[in-house]
Design a protein around this ligand. Structure first.
Ligand SMILES: NC(=O)c1ccc[n+]([C@@H]2O[C@H](COP(=O)([O-])OP(=O)(O)OC[C@H]3O[C@@H](n4cnc5c(N)ncnc54)[C@H](OP(=O)(O)O)[C@@H]3O)[C@@H](O)[C@H]2O)c1
Length: 378
């Protein structure tokens, strides 16, 4: 069986030139033969997550993007505005292969017993580059799923599920009892609503539109605040008062929202004895996404007991003990098609991922517009 393993694989790469151009193309790369504890997966589904799009598109101006046909196929070229380019000098000339997670069928295995048992199985895996026809992976990177499971159903079973569960674990570890979540109609936000409903964790969801609020309510959300509503700050303060949330995860990572959440938390806590230093209850916002590229700004009207910082899944998992990680992975595996189900607007091939209209649609990061790449699709 291993005699049939391809020697190389096509993969989607993103390159930045010294002239400040982004170049997206398909490139042929060597496919390593599997070591003892490794397997070769034919990738059949990999989501275009916001973090993949950030790396892939590098803040390029897609309005000025153009497409070229080269000997190797399509190439997309777009200028990177100076403000974004100045932070990317470390990437110049380095083609980066993209795709943080995905799923597919095991077509070849290494010599260990554990690897051999996976031949023919459907596995989901974490670790770039998954926008590749084939990936050689260590078995530790993979989650094995029942043979009848489709790759598309489990393609997103690492990044968003573990992040949503990581938020709850962080809440408990840092002695908070409820959460605020922004951009809450995202795939991740919908998972968090389901987890909180089943685990009895009070959750305040912030969305931009009424239809998103309805969607979350249909999943069991009790508190949904609409940031475009005139009553937003009053609604948010009331929901925080009702839930006693002192911890927020903010995916927007720009504009006023993080500060507004801290203000609402402070108002909801409202110390009975006035202190010019505010309440002594610690209020924390973790910025965990970059959906809003504008600078974070706030009026500091929430006392002195507060924090704003970053939260990143990879760093979080590196610090997690093995037993907790195993518990979280086991929960994802058992609820992968329910609590942790993701939805996609469209399945596209690697070639279609270089279509300008497709790229522009994906870059909007709008609710319900996530695409799934199927590298096995012709
Ligand atoms: N730090 C980490 O380790 C980590 C791990 C996993 C995910 N994440 C982050 O989690 C977030 C959700 O990921 P996902 O895959 O679930 O996303 P998704 O399903 O693609 O949904 C994106 C959501 O973001 C909203 N949105 C886009 N731009 C916005 C803006 N400027 N202000 C407010 N909302 C905006 C969209 O709502 P509209 O329809 O209103 O535009 C949509 O609901 C992303 O920011 C991602 O980077 C971070």
């Amino acid at each position: 069986m291993n005699d049939d393993i391809p020697q190389s694989t096509r993969q989607l790469t993103s390159l930045i030139t010294a002239e400040g151009l982004l170049e997206l193309a398909l490139a042929q790369a060597p496919l390593p033969a599997p070591g003892p504890d490794e397997i070769v997966v034919r990738v059949e589904a990999a989501p275009l997550n916001p973090s993949d799009l950030n790396l892939m598109l590098a803040g390029a101006d897609l309005g000025l993007a153009r497409s070229e046909v080269t000997d190797e196929g399509y190439k997309v070229i777009a200028p990177i505005p100076q403000a974004a380019f100045s932070g990317l000098t470390g990437r110049i000339g380095l083609p980066i292969a993209i795709g943080n997670e995905g799923a597919g069928r095991v077509i070849a295995v290494g010599s260990s017993k554990a690897a051999k048992e996976l031949l023919g199985a459907t596995v989901a895996a974490r670790g770039a580059p998954m926008y590749s026809e084939y990936r050689t992976l260590n078995i530790d990177q993979c989650l094995t799923l029942p043979p009848e499971t489709s790759a598309a159903a489990v393609a997103s079973c690492f990044v968003n599920p573990l992040t949503a569960l990581g938020m709850i674990e962080t809440m408990r570890a840092q002695n908070h009892s409820a959460l605020v979540h922004t951009a809450a109609a995202s795939n991740l936000g919908q998972m968090l609503v389901k987890i909180c409903a089943s685990d009895g964790v009070p959750l305040v969801n912030i969305v931009r539109r009424h239809d998103q609020a309805e969607l979350l309510r249909s999943l069991g959300a009790k508190h949904v605040c609409i940031s475009s509503a005139e009553s937003f700050m009053a609604d948010l303060t009331e929901a925080i008062r009702a839930t006693k949330a002192t911890l927020a995860f903010d995916a927007t990572g720009g504009g006023m929202l993080a500060g507004q959440i801290l203000s609402s938390m402070e108002q909801a806590i409202a110390p009975s004895n006035f202190s010019r230093y505010g309440s002594t209850v610690h209020k924390q916002v973790y910025i965990y996404g970059s959906l809003d590229p504008t600078p974070i700004s706030f009026s500091r009207n929430f006392g002195m007991a507060w924090g704003m910082g970053g939260w990143y899944l990879t760093t979080y998992l590196e610090r997690l003990d093995a037993a907790t990680l195993q518990r979280l992975r086991a929960r994802v595996a058992s609820e992968v098609t329910t609590t942790f189900a993701s939805s996609y607007a469209k399945e596209i091939s690697l070639n279609e991922a270089l279509d300008l209209d497709t790229i522009r649609t994906c870059a909007r990061l709008a609710t319900g517009e996530k695409f799934l790449i199927n590298p096995a699709k012709r």
